[in-house]
Design a protein around this ligand. Structure first.
Ligand SMILES: *Cc1c(COP(=O)(O)O)cnc(C)c1O
Length: 374
């Protein structure tokens, strides 16, 4: 079955008891079992699993081409569960440009467990090879990356990681399985913040891991999830599953709109650079064209006027709301350096745009009026 069909039907059997097409949400925290704890339908206690989470896991596994998937209370809970399943006193490589939360884990939390986290330029396979030579249990890649939309070659990095006995984990939040399937490119684990495109409506927090094999690594992470309890609530699983049904259709519009917005911004005199892998000028364009079906709905721009111009534009926009997060129906803009705390890593003139599902001419008019005022 093709991806659009899987997105609608995976995990979507009609309810056996009632025939309901929209799946029931079981809020029960506990499930009746036999006197010797015999499970009637495989469930015992909500922290260990419930029917709605199982449907969502089946859908995510189908879309990613995975042997198994796990769902979590947030994207960060998913990342943490995977990293916590690694033994102590090992090394992890992570991308120089990546989600802020991962940077925090690498700087503060992993060292506490004796794990050395080393930032590498994952767009450069030679740099990853050199870093792997010093030993690594896991190579983390995020492509396209947040917020610079850097593109890393998943197939090349998987080969390098495996040569050195390391796992390759890929944060696929920006691309979604609609545009990129890292397991088919050789990655071992795919991670999602389902808060973003999967949920798709800025109203549900969640995370997921999809595993190439239901192996020992999967079992360790599943056990950790059950034991530590970063469980996705059934209603959140239900909302995310509903988002899954329209994910391919939404991604097509996100991509078409973002491409037009990127092309418009690329020729504006106030704009110094547009980071969008769909533009031929993007350094990762060739790799993106090879490993992605389209370039996605996220882009970032650098204003010639630096921080003042970036804040000026962000403040002047009417349709793009100033807010963090991404992947919802509505367009968002964010001055990343302002939300990165005491030690910002983003360029001061950088704005990140999450291009939504509005009519693209309205979005372009909004950007035009905002730029005119600079
Ligand atoms: C949002 C995000 C995360 C973290 O997910 P939460 O659901 O916010 O915990 C991780 N990676 C990327 C690329 C993200 O955009």
């Amino acid at each position: 079955m093709r991806l659009e069909t899987l997105a609608i039907h995976a995990g979507g059997d009609a309810d056996a008891a009632t025939g309901a097409l929209s799946p029931p949400i079981h809020l029960s925290t506990t499930f009746r079992h036999g006197p010797a704890a015999e499970r009637a339908a495989g469930y015992e206690y909500q922290r260990e699993g419930d029917p709605t989470n199982d449907r969502l896991r089946a859908a995510i596994a189908a879309l990613e081409g995975a042997a198994a998937a796990l769902t979590f209370a947030s994207g960060m809970a998913a990342i943490s569960a995977l990293l916590d399943s690694l033994g102590p006193r090992t090394r992890v490589l992570f991308p120089q440009d990546c989600y802020t939360g991962l940077r925090v884990l690498a700087a503060e939390f992993l060292p506490e467990r004796g794990i050395e986290a080393i930032a590498v330029d994952t767009t450069d396979p030679a740099a990853v090879r050199a870093a792997c030579a010093g030993g690594a249990a896991l190579v983390w890649v995020e492509t396209p990356s947040n917020p610079l939309l850097a593109v890393s070659d998943v197939a090349a990095l998987a080969a390098i990681a495996h040569e050195h006995g390391a796992l390759l984990a890929c944060d696929n939040t920006f691309a979604t399985p609609v545009l990129q399937r890292p397991l088919a490119l050789g990655a071992d684990v795919v991670m999602h913040s389902t808060t973003k495109y999967f949920g798709g409506h800025s109203d549900v927090l969640g995370g997921a891991l999809a595993f190439a094999r239901a192996d020992a690594c999967f079992a360790r992470v599943a056990r950790r999830l059950h034991a530590t309890g970063a469980t996705l609530a059934p209603f959140s699983a239900w909302l995310t599953l509903r988002g899954c049904r329209s994910l391919p259709a939404r991604m097509a519009v996100h991509c078409a709109n973002a491409r037009r917005v990127a092309e418009f911004l690329a020729v504006q005199p106030q704009v110094e650079r547009v980071h969008y892998p769909g533009l031929a000028s993007h350094p990762g364009h060739a790799v993106a064209a090879r490993q992605m079906d389209d370039a996605g709905g996220m882009l970032s721009i650098e204003l010639r006027g630096g921080r003042d111009a970036a804040l000026g534009l962000a403040g002047a926009l009417r349709l793009f709301t100033n807010a963090t997060s991404l992947g919802g129906c509505e367009s968002l803009v964010e001055h990343r350096a302002s939300v990165e705390g005491d030690r910002p890593v983003s360029p001061p003139g950088l704005l990140r745009l999450s291009v939504g599902l509005e009519h693209v001419e309205d979005l372009i008019e909004d950007l035009r009026q905002g730029l005119t005022g600079l």
